[in-house]
Each structure stands twice: as structure tokens, then as C-alpha cells.
Write a protein that binds this ligand. Structure first.
Ligand code: IP8
Length: 271
């Protein structure tokens, strides 16, 4: 293959939160209309350097919690829970892939449980060549939080947020966009506290000072809600990769964020 046909652009990493593509208050409740709208926005942007990661929402989290998959392999009865968690994530991923491919987006799914091993919950090895090839050839790689094998724990849960930060750092991303179901990052949970104040801009130092104030998710979330998200993002921001937290449930917000247009959001930068 001629090298000139391969993209060398720095990637943009887009996370679509599980709270956007599923209803986290009802088990196995996919929001297929949201997936279609997002697929349309992504198709309209036509970015050649995009990598998508999505979360588990009410597909991955309840079953992972029921079988304590994140805590590792302790008893035989968890095996069916691991299989179920992984399977249900492939189902959610399939719905999103359907939405993208139906709009002629050449999206290809990368299954974490088949190419990643963690150690004590952190990514230890990642067979990254398929992702590299997909990106270089102009496909849209799509990956997701998953149940994965762990060299210490036997198995665990790998969050989409850890994947975002890892991929962004490894592939020297241009920027990260985190699509959630609120308008940005607040000083308290805006779903609980009506007076919560949203930040438009934060430096890494400001984010660190804020971190322990950020709450856990109110809905079922085995990977730590907003505070888990922020903790995972920090190493990428430390490397100088800016992150935008934006409401992906509002029409055209993801489109505008991907285009680099002005949109209500929280921008986090190193300085
Ligand atoms: O929703 C976790 O990914 P996240 C996925 O990005 C599972 O934290 C399987 C619970």
C-alpha cells in the first residue's frame, strides 16, 4: 500500500458516555435514537483522525456489579458474569456500530477483551497494531469499556475512560472530547444540587484541587462516575492534551466540539 494513502494526522479521541447512549436508571435500556443522532453528527463532521470510545451505561455496569467482576476472579460462579458482561457490551457496541455503518461511516469495532490485558486494573499490554492500521487507512476505530483479563486479578473491568487516556497518550492525540449527559464539569453533582456551578475553563492545578469534591455517580457505575473520569483524564492532560467535557445529549454539541466550533462546555488544559 502506498504510504501517501495513510493518514498521519494526530487523532482526536471522542468518548461517548454510557449515560448518553443508554438510560442508566433502567437495565438494558439502549437509547437508539440518540445513537442515530450522534452517528449523523459524526458522519457530518467526516473527520479522518477520529477514534471513538464508548461507555457501558445500563448494559455493562449492572451485570458487572452483580458478579463483582471489577474485584477479580474469586469463585467459579463469576465466570458466567464475566461472559455476560462482555457479551452485553458487544450487544451495546453492535447497536452503535449499526447506527454508524448505516450512515456510511466506515466504523470498525475493536474488542478490548481480545487485545488488552490489565495488571491490577491498569492496562499492561495492548495489541495496538489493528487500531493503528484502522486509523492510518482512514477507518473509524470504535472501542469501549469492557470486561478484560488481568494478569494479577484473573479478570476485571476496564473503563472507557482509562482507554481514552491510554490511547490519547500512546497516540499523541490532538485533543480529547468527553460526551456526557450534563453541560460540563461542575463543583457538585448538578443532578443532585441545583446550585452547582459549571466551570468553563480549568487548568490541571485547578482540576487537582477540585478532584476530591467531585462525587460518585448516582446511578449504577462500577468505574467511579465523574470523579473516576477525571482521575483517568489527568495523565493525558499532564502530557499537554486538552480535554473538553460537553453535553452529548444536546443536538449538534458533539458536531460542534468535533469541528472545533464554539459550544457550551468545560475545557481542561495543562496550563
Ligand atoms: O462506562 C465500563 O466502561 P465505562 C464498561 O466507560 C463495563 O466506565 C463493562 C462496565
Amino acid at each position: 500500500m502506498r504510504v501517501s494513502r495513510l493518514s498521519e494526522l494526530k487523532p482526536v479521541i471522542l468518548k461517548i458516555g454510557g449515560s448518553v447512549i443508554t438510560d442508566k436508571n433502567r437495565e438494558l435500556a439502549a437509547r437508539t435514537q440518540e445513537m442515530s443522532r450522534l452517528a449523523e453528527e459524526i458522519q457530518k463532521v467526516n473527520a479522518k483522525n477520529l477514534i471513538i470510545v464508548h461507555g457501558g451505561g445500563s448494559f455493562g455496569h449492572p451485570v458487572a456489579q452483580q458478579y463483582a467482576i471489577k474485584e477479580g476472579f474469586k469463585e467459579e460462579t463469576q465466570k458466567i458474569g464475566f461472559a455476560e458482561t462482555h457479551h452485553i457490551m458487544t450487544v451495546l457496541n453492535g447497536l452503535f456500530m449499526d447506527a454508524l455503518i448505516w450512515r456510511n461511516v466506515p466504523a470498525v469495532s475493536i474488542t478490548p477483551s481480545s487485545c488488552i490485558i490489565t495488571r491490577k486494573g491498569r492496562i499492561q499490554c495492548f495489541e495496538e497494531n489493528p487500531l493503528k492500521m484502522l486509523s492510518k487507512m482512514g477507518f473509524l476505530p470504535v472501542t469501549y469499556g469492557d470486561a478484560v483479563f488481568d494478569s494479577d486479578l484473573g479478570f476485571t473491568i476496564l473503563s472507557g475512560d482509562q482507554l481514552v487516556s491510554y490511547i490519547a497518550t500512546k497516540f499523541n492525540a490532538e485533543r480529547i472530547i468527553i460526551g456526557v449527559d450534563v453541560d460540563g464539569l461542575y463543583d457538585a453533582d448538578p443532578k443532585v444540587e441545583k446550585t452547582a456551578k459549571m466551570f468553563k475553563h480549568l487548568t490541571l492545578a485547578e482540576l487537582k484541587a477540585l478532584q476530591n469534591k467531585l462525587g460518585e455517580s448516582v446511578a449504577c457505575d462500577v468505574t467511579g462516575g465523574m470523579s473516576g473520569k477525571i482521575a483517568e483524564l489527568m495523565p493525558a492532560i499532564e502530557r499537554g492534551i486538552p480535554a473538553t467535557i460537553v453535553n452529548a445529549t444536546k443536538p449538534n454539541y458533539i458536531y460542534k466540539a468535533l469541528k472545533g466550533e464554539k459550544v457550551e462546555a468545560t475545557l481542561i488544559e495543562k496550563e
